[in-house]
Ligand binder design. Structure first.
Ligand code: ZN
Length: 300
């Protein structure tokens, strides 16, 4: 496509905290159940799909993009020490534009994230390979508090409604009518007093994960957005895998080498002006971008 570029970015991320990307299986070690970490070519690593998920979430947060999943309609059970037993989202929230992929509207444009990372029936223009450690590195075993799925009454502001007649046994209902926004777990979150510890396999801190990001037919402003999402020259770390709020999962871009071609196949060069054209485009959600970069600077 005229005006677009295709590129292979060789990327190296350094693990600043131990990283646990779960393989979905467990094993028994000296009588303890240990959740296994992903292996890439027999070594600790991060699958391309996990890396792409992190990049997409960050790209969504810095652009005016849709939320590509459905939140529950109707009351769901929540865990709370405050007496709230159920929470539900106000119908007007669920009908909001942010939950409607813009392509659903007859011939409306795609949102920036769906356009670049794909959606149902539309192939992604971004591919991430698996990321592996270079040296012969093994797993450590660490402990994290047992993990729970997010509680619905924490996603926004709302009002508490005592159960009405005919709803007996249901307990108080919390109705959310304003969402906080997209969630990124950083720093040290609260740990429940009675939280059970779980053992996990982790790739230790201080190792380098190497892989590639391949991009086809991307506009310069889209490449600019991708570079911001990667944390390039913005000091921003990325958080990946389990235990993000318990001191795990921080990685930081250490090295980036790009090989680029224009639409006619001629070699092209990296250009920092892509970031400016991203920031000045209608795709960019400036407030989200500033906040995302801010919360991922230091000890996140
Ligand atoms: Zn979308």
């Amino acid at each position: 496509m005229p005006g677009t570029l295709s590129a292979v970015f060789s990327l190296a991320f350094v693990t600043e905290q131990a990283v646990h990307v779960g393989a979905g299986s467990k094993k028994l070690v000296d009588g303890d159940v240990v959740r296994q970490g992903c292996r890439i070519r027999g070594r600790p690593g991060v699958p391309g799909a996990s890396m792409k998920g992190v990049l997409r979430a960050r790209y969504e947060a810095i652009t005016r993009s849709c939320v590509p999943f459905r939140l529950p309609k109707g009351p769901v059970r929540v865990r709370s020490s405050s007496g709230i037993e159920h929470a539900q989202l106000d119908d007007r929230l669920l009908d909001g534009d942010v939950f409607r992929s813009r392509a659903e509207a007859a011939d409306g444009p795609l949102c920036p994230a769906c356009a670049l990372f794909g959606r149902m029936s539309l192939r992604s223009r971004v591919t991430l390979t698996d990321f592996a450690v270079g040296a012969q590195v093994g797993f450590d075993v660490a402990e994290i508090p047992e993990q729970f799925s997010p509680n619905l009454h924490h996603v926004g502001r709302g009002t508490l409604r005592p159960s009405r007649e005919g709803e007996r046994g249901r307990g108080d209902l919390y109705e959310v009518d304003a969402l906080h926004g997209r969630k990124f777990a950083v720093g040290r979150g609260p740990v429940a007093d009675n939280a059970r510890q779980q053992k996990i396999e982790v790739l230790p801190a201080g190792h380098v994960l190497q892989g590639e990001m391949r991009v086809h037919n991307a506009l310069p402003r889209e490449l600019g957005g991708l570079l911001v999402a990667l944390g390039w020259k913005r000091g921003s770390a990325l958080k990946i895998g389990g235990g993000k709020a318990h001191g795990f999962g921080r990685i930081r871009l250490q090295h980036l080498v790009a090989r680029l071609r224009d639409h006619a196949g001629r070699p092209a060069a990296m250009d920092e002006a892509w970031i400016t054209s991203f920031e000045q485009s209608g795709d960019c959600h400036v407030e989200g971008m500033v906040r995302l970069l801010q919360i991922h600077q230091g000890n996140c």
